[in-house]
Design a protein. Sequence first.
Length: 399
Amino acid sequence: MKNMVYIQSGGPTSVINSSLYGAYKEASLHPEEIDHIYGSINGVEGLIEDKLFDLKAEDPHQVELLKQTPGAALGTTRRKLPKDIDDPIYMEIVKNLKKHNIGYVFVNGGNDSMDTCNKLSILANKLNLDIRVMGVPKTIDNDLACTDHTLGFSSAAKAVINQIYAVSKDALCYKVGKTHIIEVMGRNAGWLTAAADLVPEDGHPDLIYLPEMKFDIEEFVKEVEKIHQEKGYGIVVVSEGLQFERQGKNEVDSFGHAQLSGTGLALSEILEQRLGLKSRVVELSILQRANPFLLSLTDRDEAIDVGRFAVKAALEGTTGKMVIIKRLSSTPYVTKLELANLDLVANAEQKVPESMMLNHHRMADSFREYLRPLIQGNVELSYKDGIVELTTFKKEIVK
Ligand code: F6P
């Protein structure tokens, strides 16, 4: 009998803990094959530093709450593993895998995290370790290759749409209001920004700028001026990853990606300089991905299913694969789960295709058809004294 370790990696989402829940529930059904179910504290760092805790030792109610808890309950990391598989860090990992009799490793993350997963799989193969390594997809950016969509994207999209709709009602209540610049996450991929196109007509943004579209600052200024003159206010949705000349701090995270927030502010300054126009910047920021109140039930349930599927596949002998979602139909919405090779997913970036974009005002119908089923269904939350209940683990380190 072997033990399993679950790793959460990269940026958190509203449903990453639901995949952990699914994996935990499935693994618990097979005590004859999987004994301990360990969580690695702060992603792969827990495996390097020997910081694992036993999920079965946690309060079962806290485990249930994973289904409505955003963030990454195990702790996450953006640490990249070295290219050279002979690097001493891998020996630390192997030592700890052996120490805890690990037979199953699950890495729940996006494209950089699938690189970590792939490296662990290569390591297990190279050293002939009896360990199955599986990827569980996640990222609000929806930029993973091979899968129809990623877990966490749908809830983030639902949060973006609903929050912009609410902001629009605030924006239009004065006779002469402000231009609202709403900044959306997603890095170099515009999936989340594009979601703004699903805001109903009575609050629909005037302008939507994806990083995949050509962005001309002169045209942007002219468009905003025209809208302000016509309506007295405006709603402009911009992706954090828009490319234009600006003064910046050039900070990068440990995966090596530029830290992108500040796009809305930079554009607001440009509007003030060029037009003397005061605008209001709304950074949806973490409320896009840490928002239990706007969870998509579809996303939450798919996240659980994908976690379960990964464990089932590993128990059947699969290794070196990531679970992918294949869409069979949008109306009615039908999908099936399959597996893709990790090396096809690791580090690859899936952007919004041209066929789904129309212009700076509208996305194509194909995009709306793609997104609509993903945001369906609401999750009923449990509250205590008027406050939503969220998981806290004791995390007692296993000796
Ligand atoms: O994980 C993806 C993401 O949410 C991006 O959309 C965003 O650019 C980035 O993470 C922000 O990362 P952090 O929270 O580590 O600053």
